[in-house]
Design a protein around this ligand. Structure first.
Ligand code: ZN
Length: 463
């Protein structure tokens, strides 16, 4: 890891100190902490405004303490150019775009897919850390984990111990017995020897937890909130990768769903979100008070209409379905999961088109490994305008996180998470899936992690 010294030259972290150490030497309990932000001025870039689907020329952007503090016509910021330690970047010919937001990831899945041998705990942790770096390197400055990541993961990227996107976390997913998050085998389910309990679910207790009945749902939601969840996810329909449930099944009753939703709301969470493919599962979830539906491959127009009326968001995940049906996940899933993925995939495009027409707030989601996280742009752009798709990964996603005006936009008062691009994503959002050609810089929290732009040094090296 590099960080800039006040003179603007890179220096290496202090990995060695002579013995005896200098008299004024002090041990640092968190040596990964970065020095204070250096002010930054981005000059000459065309500003991408996804909310209005347009770009703005001729503005300079002033960044201090990791925030965008001023956007003004180029000349008016000239007084700041000589500010001590300020990095002034001539970004003429480039586009400044808000950092991307993926609203549906599983960071604990790391890179690749499960093999026969489960990894050691340390291997899994390092795999997670590597996956986070891949995401940030591809331009995702924020991700919302919906299955396993906790406050400790959020802290690790916030503090830069692990360079990665900003994390919004929910802890393990809540599932009913036999639901999408119950990973026990069908044949173990009734065995008297099968361990059973609140946090036993077939060996995947980090990613999901089983709760049945209103009381258990209440207790689990309270526990998740106490553990620092931003949101809570429940499963209200069957899933593609859960081997035994029916994808069209409705899971959890309305009173159970309501118990979770009311708890999350009362305790200050952003919302309860629901893993849900089926229309019936979505209707129950809506009645119970969820704020968002994940996947939502088979929703009817009536259901989408009531989502629009109640302000409930939708986060489709096309890439994971395509990866199971046509891509590299195919060899790793059972025949049943493959058939289920085909069913969901065949409906998803229709549902999404309907949702756009009806005006549901749609967020970008992938549910998949970091290397293919950008491919969702291509899949959506195949049937939706680029302008619309860019909103999914920026301003719409910020609404889902309760971070409107702070993330997913280049505005005064927003956090300094942005990309410098060589092409305009409003004209063609698929350029985002060619980071090798078009992604010139990634800045998160006012700190550059990737750059080939002259005058913009990398402050934190990812690899
Ligand atoms: Zn998922």
């Amino acid at each position: 890891m590099h960080f800039s010294d006040p003179a603007g030259k890179h220096r290496q972290p202090q990995t060695w100190v002579p013995w005896p150490p200098p008299k004024d030497y002090q041990l640092d309990s968190r040596p990964w902490r970065l020095p204070p932000h250096r002010p930054m001025i981005i000059s000459g870039a065309e500003l991408v405004d996804p909310e209005h689907g347009e770009t703005v020329k001729g503005m300079d952007i002033r960044i201090e303490d990791g925030k965008i503090v001023e956007i003004a016509p180029c000349e008016s910021l000239s007084g700041y150019r000589d500010q001590r330690n300020a990095t002034v970047i001539d970004a003429t010919g480039l586009y400044i775009c808000p950092g991307l937001i993926d609203c549906h990831v599983h960071i604990l899945a790391g890179l690749g897919t499960a093999e026969d041998e489960p990894g050691t705990e340390m291997e899994n942790d390092l795999n997670t850390a590597l996956g986070l770096k891949y995401m940030l390197s591809n331009g995702f400055t924020t991700v919302r984990d919906v299955g396993g990541a906790t406050a400790k993961h959020r802290y690790s990227t916030e503090s830069w111990l692990t360079p990665g996107p900003r994390l919004f976390v929910g802890g393990p997913v809540m599932s009913m017995t036999g639901g999408h998050g119950d990973h026990r085998s069908q044949f173990d389910m009734l065995s008297t020897n099968s361990p059973y309990g609140q946090f036993y679910n077939g060996g995947m207790e980090h990613t999901s937890t089983i709760a049945d009945g209103v009381d258990e749902c209440l207790r689990t939601a309270r526990k998740l909130m106490a553990a620092g969840a931003d949101h809570v996810k429940i499963c209200t329909s069957g899933g593609v990768l859960s081997p035994y449930d029916k994808v069209e099944a409705a899971q959890y009753t309305v009173p159970e769903i309501r118990a979770v939703c009311e708890t999350v709301k009362a305790l200050g969470g952003t919302l309860t979100t629901s893993h849900c493919n089926s229309d019936l599962g979505a209707r129950n979830a809506i009645e119970g008070g969820v704020g968002c539906i994940e996947h939502g491959g088979m929703l009817s127009r009536d259901t989408l209409q009531s989502m629009k009326e109640k302000g409930i968001h939708l986060v489709p995940t096309l890439i994971v379905q395509d990866a199971v049906v046509n891509g590299p996940l195919r060899p790793y899933v059972s025949k049943r999961s493959y058939e289920k993925a085909k069913t969901v995939a065949s409906h998803s495009e229709i549902t999404m088109k309907d949702a756009v027409e009806i005006g549901v707030n749609i967020g970008y989601g992938t549910d998949y490994v970091p290397m293919f996280q950008l491919a969702e742009f291509d899949l959506r752009a195949a049937f939706l305008p680029s302008k619309e798709v860019l909103k999914h990964a920026t301003c719409n996603a910020a609404k889902i996180l309760g971070m409107e005006g702070k993330l997913g936009c280049i505005k005064e008062g927003a956090l300094a998470d942005f990309l410098l691009l060589s092409a305009n994503p409003i004209d063609n959002v698929k350029i985002l899936n060619r980071p090798d050609k078009h992604l010139k810089a990634v800045v998160k929290d006012g700190r550059c992690v990737k750059s080939s732009v002259k005058g913009l040094p990398v402050e934190v090296e990812l690899f």
